[in-house]
Design a binder for this molecule. Structure first.
Ligand code: ZN
Length: 203
């Protein structure tokens, strides 16, 4: 990437804020860029409204927007083979990781066993399609909790993917399921009532 860059000696670096014609940063343009990006994202409205800690919202936005996903990495020639680290079978694309991967399906099967049947495996689905369709069947009063749990599960799965990719440590679907339960407990303890309502409704 830097090969084509020619440095001009004796010239200081300049910051250019690409969202303003003037190149200068303004808070309003940052918000505008952020929300424009948000509305173009999968499930953006739900993500924004969902009751989750901010870190999880930003994880989601980063994942769909800027983060170097394997597809992007591959496009830029950074990685020739991007095989799913969870199942070691398919290409590692986001919909596969978070929806149709056999590993993900196993985790979701365990969730379904607790009474959260809607979280059952969705072998062929795109995450966004599954999310929209399933959400439509969830009682209105439980939808925020449902969205929170979708994000929570995706976040934990993504962390497992990173653990494997960067630390060479693997957890079984049962261990990841138990991490999901612990995380949900701590969100509920922190006052995420919509998530509590969702769990109360299935118990
Ligand atoms: Zn997989």
């Amino acid at each position: 990437m830097v090969e084509s860059i020619v440095l001009t000696p004796h010239t200081s670096d300049r910051f250019i804020w690409r969202w303003m014609a003037t190149g200068n940063y303004t808070a309003s343009s940052a918000y505008r860029a952020f929300f424009t990006r948000m509305t173009s994202l999968v499930g953006a409205k739900q993500v924004w409204r969902a009751a989750t800690p901010p870190k999880v919202k930003f994880f989601w936005l980063a994942l769909h927007g800027r983060l170097c996903t394997p597809e992007r990495r591959q496009r830029h020639g950074l990685q020739q083979e991007a095989t799913c680290t969870l199942c070691d079978q398919h290409h590692e694309i986001l919909d596969h990781l978070l929806a149709s991967c056999t590993y993900t399906c196993e985790v979701r099967h365990l969730l379904a066993m607790t009474g959260l049947q809607r979280f059952g495996p969705s072998h062929d689905a795109r995450l966004a399609d599954w999310w929209q369709q399933t959400r439509a069947d969830v009682p209105r009063s439980l939808r925020r909790g449902f969205d929170s749990l979708v994000l929570l599960v995706s976040w934990i799965l993504w962390k497992e993917r990173n653990r494997r990719t960067f630390h060479n440590v693997t957890k079984s679907p049962a261990q990841v399921f138990s991490l999901i339960c612990d995380e949900a407990d701590s969100w509920i303890a922190a006052g995420y009532r919509s998530l509590a309502a969702l769990f109360a409704a299935v118990n």
